[in-house]
Design a protein around this ligand. Structure first.
Ligand SMILES: C[S@@+](CC[C@H](N)C(=O)[O-])C[C@H]1O[C@@H](n2cnc3c(N)ncnc32)[C@H](O)[C@@H]1O
Length: 390
């Protein structure tokens, strides 16, 4: 089976997340092709695209490939095989274009002829919109929120053309409602629900296991985990934040009728004592809020403060972790105006005995960065794990 994954503005992170989720779910996949904002995965067994899409933060739609070949083979497939699976005689269709060297018009003509021959009242709706990628590139033809028509086809071109249709769309309204509707919000330290989902998936913590956020703030990451049925533990040094986390997690538990449990502690994660943690997903304090690009010296000092905090926290927590536990965290990625500076992960690994996790596919490699073109402090995203020797 072949599936198309359409990603948002950070395809590398979306890929790392999807591969981590597949590893956790024991789904064997190979990446067979990629475009700026789309991937094709091959799987031996079919996957539940709707369920997988609700779990992912970085993917906005998943489609199933119906046919691969040259353009005449695609035309022939459209002419001879079933390509509309709905019940309506009067329907709206659209087509996402990942075949930048053309081909779309041929496919649209073939579809038009097919629907005319079948005497269906099918109407075509073109899809407009762009995605601003984190690289600053603008991708035409894929809006960042794809709204479904009765059937949304896609045409992808790698060595060959692939025609398919989108089975699952990300529900951006639902994501927004979850973000805006929670009882306690904290704009200045906000992490988005999408990035929170990504961190939970990178940690590979399974349903019924326990995930820790040692810098839990008002609990946005923990909300995403508990909605998936993962038990959560949150720690924050600030009791106003933990009060907020309790309210937000209770709200999520009720909204999603989640059976998983939660425990929120006011404590210093450099000293707190915990047990049986199966994974960590967290956004530590990334440093002072900056209004302009800092001098390199200042950026280095900020990174040193971050590294020292992480060394103390990880040294304290590493013995609370089960052997397979993964630690997914964000680190500051500071734009000095001339270059971007990440933290010294080797220093953190040397001081804690932890190591950078590598996906079975070997790529993408951590860290994966996540930033907006004008952002002063973006994020480097790491996944660490225990070294077999410790
Ligand atoms: C960037 S915020 C995390 C935001 C969080 N993801 C949320 O949803 O609100 C970092 C948090 O770490 C907390 N913090 C800083 N140092 C800490 C420490 N040593 N132990 C525990 N929490 C700490 C801060 O109080 C702050 O709430």
């Amino acid at each position: 089976m072949q599936y198309l994954f359409v990603t948002g503005r950070n395809p590398e992170l979306a890929l790392a997340e999807a591969l981590s989720l597949f590893e956790k779910m024991d789904i064997d996949v190979t990446l067979s092709a990629s475009k700026t904002n789309a991937f094709i995965f091959n799987t031996r067994k079919g996957i539940d695209t709707k369920k997988i899409l609700t779990l992912l933060g970085g993917t906005i739609a998943i489609g199933k490939i119906l046919c691969t070949g040259d353009l005449s083979e695609i035309e022939n497939f459209i002419e001879t095989e079933e390509v509309y699976f709905g019940q309506k005689n009067n329907f709206l269709y659209s087509c996402l274009d990942f075949a930048d060297e053309g081909g779309l018009n041929t496919v649209l003509d073939a579809l038009k002829q097919k629907f005319r021959a079948e005497k269906t009242k099918a109407r075509f709706k073109s899809i407009r919109g762009t995605i601003l990628m984190q690289t600053g590139d603008v991708v035409e033809g894929t809006p960042s929120k794809i709204s479904a028509t009765d059937i949304t086809y896609f045409l992808f071109k790698d060595k060959n053309y692939s025609l398919g249709f989108i089975e699952a769309f990300s529900d951006s309204k639902e994501m927004e409602a979850r973000d805006m509707g929670k009882p306690v919000r904290r704009e200045h330290l906000a992490i988005s629900p999408r990035l929170s989902k990504i961190l939970v998936n990178l940690s590979q913590t399974k349903q019924g296991q326990t995930l820790l956020d040692p810098f839990c703030g008002i609990g946005v990451i923990l909300q995403e985990a508990i909605a998936q049925g993962i038990n959560v533990v949150g720690v924050d040094i600030n009791s106003t934040a933990t009060d907020g986390a309790k309210k937000n997690i209770e709200w999520t538990k009720n909204k999603y009728r989640a059976k998983a449990t939660f425990k929120i502690l006011v404590a210093d994660s450099r000293k707190v004592s915990l047990q049986n943690i199966d994974g960590i997903a967290t956004e530590p304090s990334l440093g002072t809020l900056l209004k302009k690009n800092p001098h390199k010296k200042v950026a280095i000092q900020m990174q040193e403060r971050f590294e020292n905090l992480m060394i103390q926290v990880l040294n304290n927590l590493k013995n609370s972790l089960t052997p397979q536990a993964k630690i997914a965290f964000t680190a500051p990625y500071i734009n000095t105006g001339k270059s971007r500076l990440g933290c010294n992960i080797q220093k953190i690994c040397n001081a804690t005995g932890l190591q950078v996790h590598t996906l079975k596919s070997k790529t993408p490699k951590f860290p994966v960065c996540d930033f907006r073109p004008n952002q002063i402090v973006g994020r480097d995203i790491f996944v660490l794990k225990k070294n077999k020797r410790n």
